[in-house]
Design a protein around this ligand. Structure first.
Ligand SMILES: Cc1cc2nc3c(=O)[nH]c(=O)nc-3n(C[C@H](O)[C@H](O)[C@H](O)COP(=O)(O)OP(=O)(O)OC[C@H]3O[C@@H](n4cnc5c(N)ncnc54)[C@H](O)[C@@H]3O)c2cc1C
Ligand code: SF4
Ligand code: SF4
Length: 626
């Protein structure tokens, strides 16, 4: 295996360096579960160290966590969760202590009919829709929505909680920092793991004072090297440290990172007259396109959190999530609940949907992986937070065991102390049941729904089998996707006009496909640009390199699909007026990670990876509400 570029310059004299015992990358719920559990085992009741630090003799184990975004809780998302792992950590938890949190009181799943007639629906679905409309009165179809009369047990979140994940993370961080036993450093993007041979010996933070391409500029300040006995990789679905480990060590046989979804969500304040009860949880399918899923959670403080998911198996190359979100909000079934509401914040984030099939190597020499990047998300129950938290708890228990025994963090010791705990935990059994639950979506919406139902009702015994393909294989040329609806010459004309304006083509395509432009009211329905400024803002501190990189420029130049532009959550990637490689604007990027898997082509020599590299970067969306 080739030596990492980082290893060769490890002793660079001007690069600052620090030694700790445990360095953690990213502060999501996985890291919070890890830090919460480990902090309880570091000191005796009298404050003396229970486990001695090797990095700072006489002190307790030194545990530091580096978070990319400018403050904790930025750039994550609102959730509903059974919260079994979280409650196990806090048996006396009073939800009222966590801002926005409340108990789940009512759950509903609704199939949304298309009141506009613009979505792509095959014959089978149109027949089903016609049946629902014909027998609307008998079947209780109201507001163009059919509510499932019964919720399958695997979807239910009985006794669970709904809250803003950002608020939950801030609650965790405040308590953890208050212990004085662990440290959390926001605004500290980690560029890469440091290797000595195949052992990870620490992490390197991103350089500052550099040009867009990473070359030193005025005020160059090399990122610090953090030497650590153990690196805990908790950088989520699209983290560059987890990705570097995958590139170096590969995936276990039969495993892959092929399935994703973009989740775009918003938070709105409800009017006093709203009848939406806190703890109401709604899930939808069927609209704006059949394979777009929606959610709405009423939180405790007269706010509501809602959004949609577009998966990598989405049938269209135009994945304009913001526009689709607005069509979903305007659907009569949703609109009714949002009447009089005012948008407060908005954001987007990638969800890793390969679940168990996406589980990478969990440990090796000097490192261990937790959270969504470790394949913990349950793709049957659509649950990621509690699973991520639990993996952090299990690793912390293992680390305390290893450290107390004075053993090194070798693969063998980490497997015995952490992987074994994970394999015997009920969460692991549930993730096996979920393994193939979503496979049917690779064929289409109906096989997907049937497959999920089958897997859920038979505990994974039955499913709809379908071959997996890399995410880019699902992105078809525009002309093919709109064949019979929009002539190829017209698409070419739209393409030229969009490029000349330095924008994107999706609005023109959707207008032409019959989607009426959402009417903006400046309150709930605001322009995409205005949404970027709501409830905080998008900020890109100066002096960092571009974190979105088009790897092979010739591939981009030859690409006519340009799905990276259409799918970008924040208009940060636009068509170049002169054609060719798109333009990336770091100032606008919200770090959703969607461009990685919404690229239409593999990079040369690597059919599994797209032509977009997503590296460590600072800034992004400033809203802990999302
Ligand atoms: C819109 C949306 C809605 C969702 N709804 C639900 C739900 O209702 N219920 C549910 O259970 N789950 C839900 N999920 C999934 C859930 O949010 C994730 O499974 C969970 O957050 C994963 O936790 P994590 O700690 O592994 O990773 P993350 O939450 O992704 O945290 C990773 C952290 O690492 C940081 N990071 C990344 N790279 C670096 C770097 N180079 N250096 C330093 N820090 C870095 C990131 O900024 C981030 O803070 C939803 C996801 C989305 C996108
Ligand atoms: S990043 Fe991918 S989708 Fe975008 S232009 Fe390049 S090859 Fe095409
Ligand atoms: S450029 Fe930024 S905002 Fe756009 S898709 Fe990529 S990560 Fe998301």
């Amino acid at each position: 295996m080739s030596e990492s570029p980082a290893a060769s310059s490890l002793a660079s004299p001007e690069r600052p360096s620090v030694a700790v015992d445990v360095a953690c990358v990213g502060f999501g719920p996985a890291a919070a579960g890890f830090l919460e559990t480990i902090s309880r085992g570091l000191a005796n009741p009298d404050g003396t160290p229970r486990i001695q630090s090797r990095a700072m003799p006489g002190m307790p184990l030194q545990v530091l966590c580096y978070e990319r975004s400018d403050d904790v809780g930025f750039g994550v998302s609102g959730v509903v969760t059974r919260a079994r792992g979280i409650r196990a950590s806090f048996p006396d938890l009073d939800p009222a202590t966590i801002p926005t949190a409340c108990r789940v009181e009512h759950e509903e799943v609704a199939y949304l009919l298309d009141p506009i007639g613009a979505s792509r629906r095959g014959l089978l679905l149109r027949t089903k829709d016609a049946f629902l409309r014909t027998f609307a009165r008998i079947l209780g179809v109201r507001d163009h929505a059919f509510r499932l009369p019964w919720l399958p047990p695997f979807l239910r979140k009985d006794g669970g909680l709904t809250f803003s994940l950002g608020a939950f993370q801030q609650w965790n961080a405040a308590r953890l920092m208050g212990t004085g036993l662990v440290q959390i450093w926001p605004g500290s993007p980690v560029r890469e793991p440091l290797f000595e041979g195949d052992r990870v010996v620490g992490i390197r933070l991103a350089d500052q004072g550099v040009e867009k391409d990473g070359k030193p500029a005025a005020g160059f300040s090399p990122g610090m090297d953090v030497r650590a006995d153990l690196v805990v990789v908790a950088d989520g679905p699209v983290g560059p440290v987890g990705d570097a480990l995958n590139r170096r060590f590969g995936m276990p046989p039969g495993h892959h990172r092929r399935e994703w979804a973009i989740g775009m969500k918003a938070v709105a304040e409800l009017p006093e007259s709203s009848s939406l009860k806190p703890g109401t949880v709604l899930h939808t399918l069927g609209f704006p396109e059949p394979d777009a899923f929606g959610f709405l959670y009423a939180l405790s403080n007269r706010t509501v959190s809602f959004g949609i998911f577009l998966p990598s198996t989405f049938a269209l190359p135009v994945r304009a999530t913001y526009r689709y979100l607005q069509h979903w909000m305007a659907h009569p079934y949703i609109r009714r609940h949002l009447e009089g509401a005012t948008l407060r914040s908005w954001g987007a984030k990638t969800l890793y949907e390969s679940g168990r099939l996406g589980e990478p190597l969990l440990v090796d020499e000097g490192w261990a992986r937790i959270g969504e990047g470790s394949g913990s998300t349950n793709v049957l129950t659509n649950s990621g937070v509690d699973e991520a938290w639990t993996t952090g708890v299990l690793l912390a228990e293992g680390v305390l065991e290893i450290a107390a025994a004075g053993k090194p963090y070798t693969r063998e010791n980490l497997e015995a102390a952490y992987v074994r705990r994970r394999r015997t935990h009920p969460m692991d059994r549930e993730s096996r049941i979920a393994t193939h639950a979503r496979d049917g979506f690779r064929i289409g919406f109906i096989p997907g729904v049937v497959g999920t139902g089958l897997a859920g009702m038979t505990r994974g015994l039955l499913r709809v089998p379908a071959r997996s393909r890399p995410a880019h294989a699902f992105i078809r040329p525009l002309e093919e996707a709109y064949r019979g609806r929009i002539p190829a010459e017209e698409i070419e004309k739209m393409r030229r006009e969009a490029a000349a304006a330095g924008g994107s083509i999706h609005d023109a395509l959707m207008d032409r496909a019959g989607w009426p432009r959402p009417a903006l009211d400046g309150k709930l329905f605001v322009s995409h640009q205005d949404a970027l400024l709501l409830g905080g803002k998008v900020q890109a501190p100066a002096g960092f390199a571009d974190h979105v990189v088009f790897v092979d420029r010739a591939t981009c130049e030859a690409c006519t699909i340009k799905s990276c532009v259409e799918a970008c959550s924040a208009q940060a990637i636009t068509l170049a007026p002169e054609g060719g490689v798109p333009v990336f604007d770091r100032e606008k990027c919200i770090h959703c990670g969607g461009c990685i898997w919404n690229c239409a082509h593999p990079r040369p020599g690597d059919p599994e990876r797209s032509n977009v590299d997503f590296r460590a970067g600072a800034g992004g969306l400033h809203s802990a509400e999302n």
